[in-house]
Design a protein around this ligand. Structure first.
Ligand code: ZN
Length: 319
């Protein structure tokens, strides 16, 4: 072991024992083992350079603590926390997941419902936590098309079920745009909307993709769109209903296609416990979509497959 390794190892043990006293170790160790950043491995326990994880962990701790301090209300619709049923106890009740009796989402305590704090989190901390789709995997659009097909992230087949090419598609929460080249190659007109400045700029500059910072900015170029598509994005957005309404008003999509982690069996299936927590303040349920569809005067088709929930909204109310 080199001197540096030894120092890092010693320091991480001190940090780990402090965290254990604070009751935080199990989650941290789990994240460590999953992180692609891991540098050292000692007897099955991975040690990650702490600076890559701590800012994201501190943000989450603040967010959850602020959420608890303000009553654990529903981050989506604001319904009082104590009137919403606890569906899973976590961290001795501190970060328990509740089911909102009004809007239907599942949620953990959330302090930051939007604004600059969340923007900064997704721009600077989220990537470092080792959970964002890595940017350096493909440097050209052609390379990317192949890669996305291989990883099952080519969404053109999914979109074709509601609207065939050359329809226009807004990829909401498109990160650096990795889902866009496969859509373009399939004959669609695709553009993206992304909150994180760092990933948006990477897609714009490195890959020349049309990615906008907001729905309002996208609207100036695309006054309407055929499909609003999102995959594994909505569960990150605390004020979800308002965001979907904003997108709907700005871009007037004829169809919505949204993929989220499946949470219908969250309360009875312990293996789903981590689906709502640190990175996902919300669990997006079928009940949520039923209400949203009524709100937007659209028809819902909801299905689940291999841990994913698919919500498709089409024009017109159900008869
Ligand atoms: Zn609610």
């Amino acid at each position: 072991m080199s001197l540096t390794e030894r120092v890092v190892f010693r320091a991480s043990i001190a940090v780990r024992s402090t965290l254990r006293r604070l009751g935080l170790t199990p989650t941290l160790v789990k994240i460590m083992n999953r992180s692609p950043d891991r540098k050292f491995n000692r007897g099955g326990w991975s040690i990650v350079p702490m600076q890559s994880l701590l800012p994201a962990r501190i943000f989450y701790a603040f967010d959850a603590a602020l959420g608890v301090a303000t009553g654990g209300n529903c981050p989506n619709c604001g319904k009082k926390g104590n009137s919403n049923e606890v569906v899973r106890r976590k961290a001795a009740g501190l970060t328990s997941v509740r089911k909102c009796g009004a809007c239907g989402v599942l949620y953990r305590p959330v302090g930051f419902r939007g604004g600059r704090a969340l923007q900064a989190y997704y721009s600077f901390l989220f990537t470092r936590a080792g959970v964002a789709t890595a940017r350096d995997l493909a440097r050209t659009p052609d390379e990317l098309v192949k890669r996305m097909a291989g990883e099952g992230k080519d969404r053109s087949g999914l979109v074709a079920k509601v609207s065939p090419p050359p329809a226009s598609i807004c990829v909401f929460g498109c990160s650096w745009g990795y889902e866009m080249p496969p859509l373009t190659q399939a004959g669609y007109v695709a553009f993206g909307v992304e909150l994180s400045s760092t990933r948006r700029e990477f897609g714009q500059k490195q890959l020349g993709l049309p990615i906008y910072a907001s729905f309002a900015e996208a609207k100036r170029v695309h006054p309407s769109v055929d499909v609003l598509l999102s995959s594994h994005v909505l569960e990150h957005i605390p004020a979800l209903s308002a965001t979907i309404r904003e997108a709907h008003q700005a871009l007037a999509p004829r169809f919505h296609v949204h993929l989220t982690p499946s949470v219908e069996r969250f309360s009875e299936d312990p293996t789903l416990s981590s689906v709502i927590g640190r990175e996902h303040p919300l669990g997006v349920t079928r009940v949520f979509w039923e209400k949203m569809a009524r709100d937007l005067e659209m028809t819902l088709e909801f299905s689940e497959q291999q841990g994913e929930a698919l919500a498709v909204l089409r024009p017109g109310r159900l008869a």
